[in-house]
Write a protein that binds this ligand. Structure first.
Ligand SMILES: NC(=O)c1ccc[n+]([C@@H]2O[C@H](COP(=O)([O-])OP(=O)(O)OC[C@H]3O[C@@H](n4cnc5c(N)ncnc54)[C@H](OP(=O)(O)O)[C@@H]3O)[C@@H](O)[C@H]2O)c1
Length: 317
């Protein structure tokens, strides 16, 4: 394991509308906790992430139906103050009373007394105003420090902004990567005007970008892997928080030393502190020139939402 430490290395940060600065590199936990055999590896990865300065951890009540939150609770035991915890409420729970109850369950699993940022996972049938009011009440009660949304499009955000609690939204967690740039058309400019950062999920397009031919060319020329280049492109933006999930795919022909803990360390070490100019500008411009322009159709968003909704429906039965 490489000897890097969050205490000695400065992690690139992003500013929330409320003024708080949070790490630009967060650990995602979708599928974490699903497989008991991977438990100790996942715990080690989470702890290494925290040690390395990736102290923002993203989870949801949906992930493993609470198992991801339980694992995080274990990983952060004794070091709660070092991390910025993000969790999400299911849309079908996002009523006034349901949100409060879901939050209590998450707090119990995470073994903490507060969630730093609590998001509505996607828009369901509960009126948006009710969900946002519920989130604002939780903030007043001190159960959560900040709140936001996920998978809300431009129209949803306009609607949210028209109600008082909507003005308290600190982020919209969205599908955003080099291959999925649909939000650049209307949502991203809208968010930038209001200084609301994006929390980008699926930065590797679920590993698809690791196989992208043009990105691979770029990466080879610059002595990095396609995955690193894809993460670096996102990290090069001032207002994007990147959620990365460490995982090992036998099918991926990537350097062995980039897998698992070593891969996480190396990516953080090389790209977790990009604000100092040159590399960052180079990466933005060169990668964009290689890969092409924005894609208006966000097929992947639809696939992920279908998957998540199917899981939610199964759960409700
Ligand atoms: N709000 C939402 O609706 C939403 C939706 C999706 C995700 N999220 C959040 O965002 C986080 C990140 O999203 P994601 O998991 O979809 O991210 P992703 O990074 O696009 O995809 C993760 C997969 O990419 C593969 N991978 C990772 N590093 C690689 C590398 N160097 N080379 C090749 N393949 C690599 C791994 O596959 P293998 O495991 O096969 O190795 C990993 O499971 C999630 O964990 C979750 O916290 C939120």
């Amino acid at each position: 394991m490489r000897g890097i430490s969050g205490k000695t290395r400065r992690m690139h940060k992003v500013t929330l509308p409320v003024g708080e600065r949070v790490p630009a590199f967060g650990l995602g936990t979708w599928h974490v906790g699903d497989d008991a055999a991977k438990r100790s590896e996942e715990l080690a990865t989470l702890r290494l992430g925290i040690d390395s300065g990736a102290t923002l951890i993203d989870t949801a009540e949906m992930y493993g139906e609470g198992k991801a939150e339980e694992l995080i609770g274990e990983a952060i035991a004794g070091r709660r103050d070092e991390v910025f915890l993000v969790s999400k409420v299911y849309p079908h729970n996002a009523t006034r009373r349901g949100t409060a109850a879901a939050c209590e369950r998450s707090l119990r699993r995470l073994k903490t007394d507060r969630i730093d940022l609590y998001l509505l996972h996607w828009r369901g049938s509960v009126p948006l105003e009710e969900s946002l009011d519920a989130l604002a009440s939780l903030r007043e009660a001190g159960k959560i420090r900040h709140y936001g949304v996920s998978n809300l499009d431009r129209g949803d955000m306009d609607e949210a902004w028209s109600v008082p609690a909507g003005r308290g939204i600190e982020t919209d967690q969205l599908l955003y990567n080099l291959a999925r740039r649909g939000i650049e058309w209307d949502l991203l400019p809208w968010m930038r005007e209001r200084r609301i950062p994006v929390m980008a999920y699926s930065p590797l397009e679920q590993a698809g970008l690791a196989r992208h031919r043009k990105l691979a060319d770029f990466a080879r020329r610059n002595g990095m892997t396609p995955a690193q280049a894809a993460l670096a492109w996102l990290l090069a933006h001032d207002d994007v928080i990147v959620l990365f999930t460490d995982g090992i795919s036998e099918a991926m022909n990537v350097d062995q030393d980039l897998f698992g803990e070593a891969r996480l360390s190396r990516i953080i070490e090389e790209h977790g502190h990009l604000e100092a100019g040159e590399l960052r500008e180079r990466i933005l411009r060169e990668i964009e020139a290689f890969v092409g322009t924005a894609d208006q159709h966000d097929d992947m968003t639809m696939i992920l939402l279908k998957y998540e909704r199917a899981s939610a429906a199964q759960m409700a039965v």
